[in-house]
Design a protein around this ligand. Structure first.
Ligand SMILES: [Fe+2]
Ligand SMILES: [Fe+2]
Length: 472
């Protein structure tokens, strides 16, 4: 295992000190990153001690250490998973050839775009969430959001490292621009739609972690298969941190659902709003929204870009090496859902351009597993309601369903029919105002807001009532 170089300013396991030019480029970028963090990072808590985990190695057993840190002092570092000896490209036209340690010239522009698009999502989510600390439902949740925020910051570092190490002047310019775009800013927006949406409340935040961050997991998993070895190793290590982000989303919603069920039983009513809870119907609407905008992140169902990324060996499938086929897919087909008149039908498309849809399918299965676990909580309370993912054509802005009016149960409607039901399917202004009204901060250790149950256990073996953020 490579040791972490804590002597230089930037913790890393890439032997930064042996590459003076790169080290200088990163040391030049570091204060700009910190200025961005002060400007756009979590508002109001920069001087507080937060119980955070920091990546200190890539060792599967002990890769992180926990302790109190002020966020601006977090050691954002550069970690690549350990190299695989004699790693080969496992898919596409270059299958079987040695993985690239340097950027292949003919794919330079494409690779840069893939890295920049991934990198742009990392600071974007920090920007989207920057005001949420002020309305935290508990110190436990406050600590968790800050953990996600600093790690998304580290993921930006990871992508910037690749840009500066492998893309020369272009890479340095992209690294600057990653700090200049702003989520939701119409003049200089973030690249992808869902990363310009607001995250105005904690229900949206948990949905974001569950649905939108999970898109990130699937993109990273595909890039972890890349024939460009530094990208593959970078993404593999990022996935280690990402597991915790998935956990926060899934258990966050689960705790909201649990609290709702407790209130339903206690007061014998579905209308738990009067009792400070979030009714299941509202939870379903938030789910509908976040699932649909996250599906868009996978891109069009049929995409020549997706085919090219794969054929060129740049971006594989989810768990590429476990798929039982030739890993080139030239003559293969893949079923894709598409509108045909007033119906939605499955068509066999050439497999290569359908790779976005295949990744989306893997994602949908994963999302559904989480929803079913939430349903177990509802069922345990003896309540006869089920949450469900809406049809993938519902409320889409990208791909074959964009511009259509598909109901959550998968019927194609006309615009008027759909609009008449909009407030039943998506959070209305009133729903959002209600959820917003619940967002009052709870900062006493061990106490939780009225609308969310405590977690089953604390972080890193600490008790639930541990002082996860020191506010005193
Ligand atoms: Fe990330
Ligand atoms: Fe994440």
């Amino acid at each position: 295992m490579a040791d972490i170089d804590y002597i230089s300013k930037i913790p890393n396991n890439v032997d930064l000190t042996s590459n003076r030019r790169l080290q200088r480029a990163l040391e030049d970028w570091q204060p700009k990153f910190l200025a961005w963090w002060q400007d756009m990072g979590p508002e109001g808590f920069q001087a507080r001690d937060v119980y955070l985990r920091t990546a200190t190695s890539v060792d599967a057993q002990g890769w992180a250490k926990f302790g109190y840190v002020k966020m601006p002092d977090y050691r954002w570092g550069i970690f690549l998973a350990e190299p695989e000896p004699d790693r080969r490209i496992t898919f596409g036209d270059y299958k079987g050839q040695p993985a690239w340690q340097d950027v292949p010239g003919e794919h330079r522009g494409t690779l840069r775009r893939l890295i920049v698009t991934q990198g742009d999502t990392e600071p974007a989510s920090v920007e989207q969430q920057r005001h949420l600390g002020r309305t935290c439902p508990s110190l436990y949740d406050l600590r968790n959001i800050f953990q996600v925020n600093v790690e998304e910051g580290r993921h930006l570092w990871a992508m910037v490292y690749l840009l500066q190490a492998h893309f020369g002047r272009d890479g340095r310019e992209e690294a600057e621009q990653l700090l200049q775009r702003r989520s939701g800013d119409s003049d200089k927006p973030r690249i992808l739609g869902a990363f310009n949406e607001q995250t105005p409340d904690w229900l949206s935040y948990f949905m974001f972690c569950f649905f939108t961050d999970r898109d990130g997991k699937y993109q990273l998993a595909s890039l972890a298969e890349s024939g460009f070895d530094p990208l593959a190793r970078t993404c593999r290590f990022m996935l280690t941190e990402e597991a915790h982000h998935m956990f926060i989303g899934e258990t966050g919603i689960q705790r909201v659902v649990q609290r709702t069920c407790e209130l339903m039983r206690e007061h014998r009513t579905e209308d738990v709003r009067r009792h400070g809870g979030i009714d299941l119907a509202t939870i379903q609407k938030y789910l509908n929204f976040h699932f649909s905008v996250s599906l868009d992140l996978f891109g069009s169902e049929v995409s020549t870009n997706a085919a090219n990324f794969y054929t060129a060996g740049l971006k594989g499938r989810f768990e590429e090496t476990k798929k039982d086929d030739d890993h080139q897919l030239k003559g293969a087909t893949y079923p894709v859902l598409a509108p045909a008149g007033d119906r939605i039908v499955s068509r066999d498309e050439p497999a290569l351009p359908a790779l976005n849809e295949r990744l989306r399918d893997d994602y949908v299965v994963d999302c559904d597993r989480g929803v079913q676990r939430w349903n177990q909580v509802i069922k345990k309370h003896g309540i006869d309601v089920e949450l469900a993912l809406p049809h993938r054509g519902f409320h889409r802005a990208i791909g074959a369903f964009a511009g259509l009016h598909v109901s959550p149960d998968g019927r194609i409607l006309d615009a008027a029919q759909w609009e008449a039901k909009r407030n039943d399917w998506l959070p209305s202004a009133e729903d959002q105002a209600f959820v917003g009204s619940l967002m009052t901060p709870v900062v006493e250790p061990g106490k939780f807001a009225s609308w969310i149950a405590p977690p089953a256990r604390g972080i890193n073996g600490q008790p639930v009532d541990f002082e996860y953020v020191r506010l005193g």
